[in-house]
Write a protein that binds this ligand. Structure first.
Ligand code: SF4
Length: 227
């Protein structure tokens, strides 16, 4: 059974419209920094994850230095990320594997990355796309929501399936940008609770059943003179 409702042509048109609006550029960071970001990011907002990541990396920016820190030092410096006690342990265990199995370097394949403690599909894809510039699509909460609302995939599709499907229909050059593009759009307009459908650049292409409701609501709330 297909998991999409929107056809590929419409999808690519939506991507092109959004890219025209946001002009997302390639993001390039050190693979180790992205790995640490990814492990800390699970169930934690970016506004908490990025400062915690910076604090931790200012103390230890290599796996070798990280292993010299105690669990308590890591835990204290990454607080208040969610599950900070568990994540402190995962960071150290991942660094141990990097040293023992990969000569202290972050591997550049999905399979090897997913063998590291604390690394699942999303984090592995984040490292591949931001750290190595490879065409992968990490599916976080924004990519998942935007994909389902637009109709690229059906409601309730699991993140791993969304990732597989998006990677199958997106040209490589757009794959590198898609996570950042949908995250930006998801924060700016296609918001989690009340999407701003009244000013959405892909309104005509969107297959979300509630879009008319949010369109009318937005016009009333934000544009009373024009309703
Ligand atoms: S019309 Fe609304 S629900 Fe559809 S993509 Fe735009 S903001 Fe999201």
């Amino acid at each position: 059974m297909p998991i999409n409702t929107m056809d590929k042509e419409k999808f690519l048109k939506a991507v092109s419209i959004l890219q025209g609006r946001y002009k997302i550029k390639n993001r390039k960071e050190k693979p180790f920094d992205v790995l640490i970001h990814g492990i800390l990011s699970t169930r934690t907002k970016d506004t908490t994850t990025f400062p915690a990541q910076r604090r931790l990396l200012s103390l230890a920016d290599t796996p070798q230095k990280m292993l010299k820190l105690s669990d308590k030092e890591i835990k204290d410096v990454i607080y208040p990320v969610g599950f900070y006690r568990t994540k402190a342990k995962l960071v150290k265990r991942a660094c141990r594997v990097l040293i023992d199995k990969y000569g202290g370097k972050v591997p550049d394949t999905k399979k090897d990355l997913m063998s590291l403690p604390g690394v699942g599909h999303k984090v592995a894809s984040l490292v591949l796309v931001w750290g190595f510039g490879l065409p992968f699509i990490p599916v976080d909460t924004h990519v998942s929501r935007v994909s389902q609302r637009l109709g690229i995939v059906k409601k309730g599709t699991k993140p791993e399936k969304i990732e597989e499907f998006l990677e199958g229909i997106t040209p490589a050059k757009d794959r590198i940008l898609l996570n950042h593009l949908f995250v930006t759009f998801g924060r700016d307009i296609c918001k989690p609770v009340s999407p701003l459908c009244y000013k959405c650049p892909v309104y005509e292409l969107c297959e979300f059943s509630g879009k008319k409701h949010y369109f009318d609501r937005g016009k009333k709330l934000f544009n009373p003179a024009k309703t």
